[in-house]
Design a protein around this ligand. Sequence first.
Ligand SMILES: *Cc1c(COP(=O)(O)O)cnc(C)c1O
Length: 427
Amino acid sequence: MTNLATITESPCSADVSWDGVDLPTLAQRVGTPCHVYSAASIRQRIGALQAALRGLDALVCYAAKANSNIAILQLMAQAGFGADIVSAGEMRRSLRAGIPAQRIVFSGVGKSAEEIVEALTAGIARFNVESEDELHLLQRLAAEQGVIAHAAVRVNPDVDALTHAKISTGKSENKFGVGIDEARRWFADSAQFTHVRLDGLHVHIGSQMLDLAPIRVALQRVADFWRELAAAGRAINSIDVGGGLGVCYRAGRDQPMVIEDYVAVVRGALAGFGGRILFEPGRWLVAEAGALLTRVIRVKQGRQRRFLVVDAAMTELLRPSLYDAWHEIVPVTRERRPSQVYDVVGPVCETGDTFAVERELPRCEAGDLLMIRTTGAYGASMASTYNSRPLVAEVLLDHGRYAIVRRRQTVEDMLAGEQPAREWEVT
Ligand SMILES: *Cc1c(COP(=O)(O)O)cnc(C)c1O
């Protein structure tokens, strides 16, 4: 078995450099906390996915929300990938990174009229439509512009993705997509949609999936629907199989699927399909390629627990607070030290600002540099300035070199746009 997930270059506890860059020196220069991303690791994932897709008429539309830094989007653009966006902001980022509009697909239940107009004007590849109201709005706005919008129905196949409830999207009680019965009606009524070419199907049942079985079931349902539509004379030109491939956050616990096995399931379910297959991985491409560097501020001995207070917080990495997610934490040092049990917490005034509970780590002291691993996806892209903490720097590593791809926000940057209520107006 060639599990590419396990051979991707990644830092280990005994290592102080990553992608040829010395991390303690980097932390000195750039400051902490900061997000670092290995370009080599991302390219490795890109290459593995491209190899697995060989022979398919496939387009990979990277899910920009996983990590929407323009430098990361640029790596995707260089690979010929498109983008799956969920807002006009992500579209602007993608275009700025050099991803052509013809490779951009737009998902999400809450596309506003303004966002749809902007996307129509840019000429994006397709809208993944999630409600009847959105379909009518798309028809009206495309007609007003005198253009034809390409659209896919996001089908909710009512399948449990067997992942965390907050990142499960393919059950009928979730807000995403429409049932197959409703989708069937849309196709039956499609003559009234003079400015929407409804010729695609889309499915995305959840994130951080480690199990192929629910994917197989969901794709089977979509494939049955495609065959039914084809038999009724309705051509389907693209099937978008979504993203959701899981990664290894916890060695020995999370067993990601092998990319070839995943693609084999897609090939099997869609055998005989002559159109284009779209893939929308986000996390799988970038999660393991990122780490959050943070420094110990102090060790605080509580009555019951020993706290390692670090300078990173839920503002830089929300996943532990939001999903009780587990992230590996390692000191960036070659020293061998006795172990100690800590609760690793940030400075934010929330009990939920906790990275790890009762974690056994090498003994730490104030000033030590730590690395929180597997933070390349849904890390910086979920950041906030809560507690008036400026957004942190992001750094791209590439074969012994590094580049700042987001400069640390200053307090002045953060305050820009705010003002006392001086000029009052009435409605
Ligand atoms: C979030 C999302 C993805 C990417 O999910 P990952 O788990 O990061 O691969 C793909 N498609 C849609 C529609 C999404 O909302």
